[in-house]
Design a protein around this ligand. Sequence first.
Ligand code: PAF
Length: 299
Amino acid sequence: MNIYHTVSGLRAEIRARRQGGETIGFVPTMGNLHEGHLQLVRLAKEQCDVVVVSIFVNPLQFGLNEDWEKYPRTFQDDAKKLEAEGCDFLFHPDENEIYPNGMADQTRVVVPTMTDILCGASRPGHFEGVTTVVSKLLHIVQPDTAIFGIKDYQQLAVIRRMVEDLCIPVDIVGAAIARDVDGLALSSRNGYLGEDERPKVKVLYETLCWCRSQIEAGERDFTALEIQAAETLEKSGFRTDYVSIRNSKTLEPAAHDDSQLTILGAMFTKGARLIDNISMTLGESQAAAVLEEQTEVKK
Ligand code: PAF
């Protein structure tokens, strides 16, 4: 595995491989790699000839009071893990390489509306930092395929929209959430959890599963479900940021006849903010039942 710190060094190497007819798969990360990231790398290897992983803790996507300084930086360990997975190129730029004109003067990429809700509401500016750095990374690497974890569902939806709106020639692939045995979604921020909290945080996933089972059973009062779900998190001792049932593509509040739904949740522990989500497709019979119900109401 070759490690590059500069845009020009990485580009020269990728260009040579692309000219040789090979396809490029890309996995952008902020490091502190866990099994979830390694699954993304495996998927990239399955789909493409050459795999590029970037590790860059992007200051532009952290708010002033957030954890940029304490975000775990474990480069040596990460490099070993990537080498073992057969990653070809590891890109590890510093801040000056990514923001040579300074962060304040950096050209920004903004995806409006869908970034103001859910995580965007409690992390102003976060998604602007993400879309700016991801568009830069996509321009640097110019991959055929870029792979992102579905755990950051809103991030994935925002990136898909950016790629569509800006006609960036890349396939965006979402990879399934890697979970611990109790269901907790793997995250670099799980390391912030206190020992006393760790056994309890599975309540987030369990609550989203409960919402799904209610919807499967025919419940369509989404607001009532969201309120009850938030109460469950609070009763377990966590402050709810949101539990919300949304249209999977637009992230708008789910309509009764939507067939693709995503249930998203975020809650605060003492030292971390955890997020999770579950997507579901309502079967034809369920969608038909909803339509019938609406027709009844119209009559
Ligand atoms: O999901 C992440 O780790 C980051 O938001 C990303 C996509 C690497 C951009 O910094």
